[in-house]
Design a binder for this molecule. Structure first.
Ligand code: ADQ
Length: 483
């Protein structure tokens, strides 16, 4: 039994360098949590980028950064500013990201970005191969590393490789527009198992493989001649117990220990006679439908004026990919929309939208989940959407209403939420009203079912399920060889 090598664009840790001192702290993202059991308890290493360019790490500190990362079984891949520009901001976030989310008008096809993408995938490959022993299992993550499985396979033909795609896989008609479509598919097919959040993404992928590369597909297996590649859907869950326990603690702790945000929330609810809170949390990304959501909320206040001063939208947007022009434009649009709606409807006692453009500590996230009567999640496309799941898991008394876009992978599992089409303004507006007026018994009935499901298929279960299926492909491979 060999070790497991996990590879993702970013390592599950944060590195801060100040006054020539290095501080390494673990990050708490969903992926890091989900793979914790494999990574910390088992024999495994994690390979990825630290988030800092090689120019940002002083030369005399580079060995120490590596040493500190290794203490957490992490291996940093060093990237230059130019590589980050072409691989990360370029091909990953100006080609693959918009294309796979159906934003054709934002998709750039720049050969120099493609070259950068290949170069950096090769760098990751070298880092993996250097540490790879016979019998090891490799698990590659996400759209930044689509070429990596094939690169590793060429160097180590017998290794077991899994790949998980965290974003949608688009339909064949969209995917075929990519000039490097064959290379991308061949890159992915270097794996033994390819995982997607939903069955639809998997079908889109298999159809592209069949139409573009002409490989035979048998149910969920691709026959590529000398090997069989399997695909399947594994809807990623959340660390249910972590959110549940935090919400329980939030409920039982004395008021005097409340965070500043919680104190503010309580105060404003009191002053404005129990204003209901509608929560919106995302990275500031054009796929998340944030601008339309604000417009719909403004229209809601206009269409149902009886709700003015009775409701507030709390909008949390995490800065993201701020070097990419579309993200800068979106930031401007959101700032303006928030200003316009607050300017139009605000009263002395009431601001219709509270907008935070920053990341928040976990404790504050829990305050917001626990205090909001409604969560409004309206992406135009989203691989899964973990915020929807996190909101439901913190509703200890089972109240609360989730409004969720049918374009999020999570909508396939969370049918008891109020499912909307993010492009249907009237529907969003009327669903906000329906959510605010939903009887408590109905909220409880819906959320109980959702919570049972989230508890059962947690992120740990997701990781375990993927790894079990990946290891099973070894048997298939042996059987295939003996035919
Ligand atoms: P993301 O697009 O980043 O992930 P999402 O799944 O919603 O989207 O995860 C965001 C995470 O960030 C959540 O865990 C949330 O708690 C946290 N977060 C959001 N706002 C925050 C804030 N202001 N402060 C602190 N934390 C905040 C990609 C895909 C998704 C897919 C995931 C996992 O785009 O579709 O669900 O990967 O596969």
């Amino acid at each position: 039994m060999g070790k497991t090598i996990i590879i993702s664009n970013r390592l599950p840790l944060q590195i801060n360098i100040s006054d020539n001192k290095i501080e390494v702290t673990p990050s708490v993202g969903g992926l890091a949590t989900g793979l914790k059991s494999f990574h910390q308890e088992g024999d495994s290493i994690w390979i990825g980028w630290t988030g800092l360019s090689s120019e940002e790490i002083p030369e005399d500190l580079q060995d120490e950064v590596e040493k500190k990362a290794m203490e957490q079984n992490c291996v940093p891949v060093s990237l230059t500013t130019d590589e980050i520009e072409r691989f990360y901001y370029g091909f990953s976030n100006r080609t693959i990201w918009p294309l796979f989310h159906y934003f054709m008008e934002y998709t750039e096809f720049q050969p120099e970005h493609w070259e950068g993408y290949k170069t950096v995938n090769k760098k990751y490959c070298e880092a993996v191969v250097e540490r790879l022993d016979d019998g090891d299992t490799v698990w590659v993550h996400d759209y930044q590393l689509l070429l990596l499985p094939e690169m590793i396979r060429k160097k180590k033909p017998n290794v077991t490789i899994g790949f998980f795609n965290h974003i949608p896989f688009p339909s064949y008609e969209v995917f075929r527009t990519l000039p490097w479509r064959e290379e991308i598919l061949r890159g992915m097919l270097g794996s033994d198992l390819i995982g997607f959040h939903t069955y639809d993404y998997e079908r889109h992928f298999l159809r592209s493989v069949n139409r573009i590369l002409r490989h035979d597909i048998n149910f969920n297996s691709v026959n590529i001649g000398n090997r069989i590649v399997k695909s399947d859907s594994f809807p990623m869950g959340i660390d249910y117990n972590k959110f549940r326990d935090a919400a329980l603690e939030h409920r039982t702790k004395p008021r005097s220990e409340n965070t500043d945000i919680q104190k503010k929330l309580d105060y404003h609810k009191y002053v404005t006679r129990n204003t209901k809170l509608i929560l919106s949390i995302d990275r500031l990304d054009y796929t998340k439908g944030i601008a339309n959501r604000i417009r719909a909320y403004g229209y809601f206040l206009e269409k149902y004026p009886e709700y003015q001063e009775k409701v507030r939208l709390i909008m949390l947007a995490v800065p993201s990919r701020t070097n990419v022009p579309q993200y800068q434009l979106l930031k401007k649009e959101v700032d303006e929309l928030v200003g316009r709606i607050n300017g139009k409807f605000a009263t002395v006692n009431w601001t219709p939208i509270w907008y935070f453009y920053r990341s928040m500590p976990f404790e504050n996230l829990i305050d917001l989940y626990c205090s909001s009567e409604v969560a409004l999640i309206t992406p135009t496309r989203d691989g899964m959407n973990l915020v929807a799941k996190e909101y439901i898991s913190t509703r200890i008394d089972n109240t609360g209403v989730l409004i969720l876009s049918e374009m999020a992978g999570a909508a396939h599992e969370l049918n008891e939420a109020l499912i909307i089409n993010p492009n249907n303004f009237e529907q969003i507006v009327d669903t906000i009203k329906q959510a605010l007026e939903m009887p408590e018994e109905e909220q409880i009935r819906r959320n109980k079912v959702l919570q049972r499901r989230l508890k059962r298929y947690s992120v740990e279960k997701w990781a375990e399920d993927f790894m079990t299926n990946l290891k099973n492909t070894r048997k298939t491979r042996k059987a295939f060889k003996t035919i």
